[in-house]
Ligand binder design. Structure first.
Ligand code: HEM
Ligand SMILES: [Ca+2]
Ligand SMILES: [Ca+2]
Length: 300
């Protein structure tokens, strides 16, 4: 099972090396930190925190990254930068799954979020589960009851689910995920000024997938994990349908109101929820493997 400082004997510098790489990458490309947070969600909710997300499409493997749910995910190539630095110190010792978890933990700190104590000892899957991604990751316009049941099924309660959505306090959303709320008519639940702004960001109902059109999730503190997300959605300025519904559904709205009022409480719940997510069904012991390259299952 997972434990604190799992690599203390086998690779004592592992956590420090990962942190230094996350800091360096953040200084070069700030949005890498945002990607590490989304990676944790998309990896851990699909079966296990097992780096199944990181496998690339090669013969015999269809990557989870090809799923429509992975739309907009970026910076995967920099995971290899982190892994290479760790491999140089300790070959074949530190799993890609733990790199997903620890890079998210360290990315959250770079984004002004809480410091989270995280266990390690996860091992890497030998498969990518592209065909079932949609059974685990909700869509942007799914109902809150579906969202809650998906999180509940991996042991994440309502309050923790509300806290995790606070990750939408950073990063961006592409127009394809919003245009159905803007055209032909503006979603009646959306704040009017926000709708006008988003229509300027997304001027056509059928965005050209080759043109990168998007809006920042949080216009006020776009690179800080804070409770602005909850303030925004209470003002009906959420970008996704699920964001809007989170604020109005009677099951989730009491938590939204509490988190909007108290950033410290949000950070406490976010920490608790990130731990729950990062400990979903890990593979440990002699199951799975320690990948040499996060993109590929080991050769032998
Ligand atoms: C109901 C659950 C969720 C849904 C439906 C959802 C959906 C989405 C969508 C559609 C985007 C925009 C992608 C794009 O257009 O580029 C996005 C972005 C993002 N999501 Fe979620 N999400 C959910 C939960 C979460 C959770 C639990 C986390 C992390 C704890 C998370 C972290 C992020 C981050 C950081 C971004 C910004 C990515 C970037 O700028 O590169 N999301 N999400
Ligand atoms: Ca996984
Ligand atoms: Ca923010």
């Amino acid at each position: 099972q997972l434990q604190l400082n799992y690599y203390s004997q086998s690779c004592p510098k592992a956590e420090e090396i990962i942190k230094q790489q996350v800091i360096k990458l953040y200084n070069e490309h700030g949005n890498t930190a945002v990607s590490w947070v989304r990676n944790l969600f998309h990896d851990c909710i699909v079966k296990s925190c097992d780096a199944s997300l990181l496998l690339t499409t090669v013969r015999g493997v269809v990557s989870e990254q090809t799923s429509g749910r992975s739309f907009g995910m970026r910076n995967f190539k920099f995971v290899n930068t982190i892994k290479a630095a760790v491999e140089e110190e300790c070959p074949l010792t530190v799993s890609c799954a733990d790199i997903v978890a620890l890079s998210a933990r360290d990315g959250i700190v770079m984004l002004g979020g809480p410091s989270i104590e995280m266990k390690t000892g996860r091992r890497d899957s030998k498969e990518s589960y592209a065909t079932v991604v949609e059974d685990f990751i909700p869509n942007h316009n799914d109902s809150i009851s579906l969202v809650l049941s998906r999180f509940q099924s991996i042991g994440i309660d309502v309050e923790a689910t509300v806290a995790l959505l606070g990750a939408h306090s950073v990063g961006r959303v592409h127009c394809t995920n919003m245009v159905q709320r803007l055209y032909p008519d503006v979603d009646k639940t959306m704040d009017l000024a926000q709708a006008e702004y988003l229509k300027r960001r997304c001027p056509t109902p059928n965005p050209d997938p080759k043109v990168v059109q998007y809006s920042r999730n949080d216009q006020i503190t776009p690179m800080i994990i804070d409770n602005n997300y909850y303030k925004n959605i209470l003002q009906h300025k959420g970008l996704l349908t699920v964001d809007e519904e989170l604020a109005t559904d009677p099951i989730t709205s009491p938590y939204v109101i509490k988190m909007a009022a108290d950033n410290e409480y949000f950070h406490q719940q976010f920490s608790r929820a990130i731990i729950l997510l990062s400990e979903n069904n890990p593979i440990t012991g002699d199951q799975g493997e320690i990948r040499k390259d996060c993109r590929y299952v080991n050769a032998n």
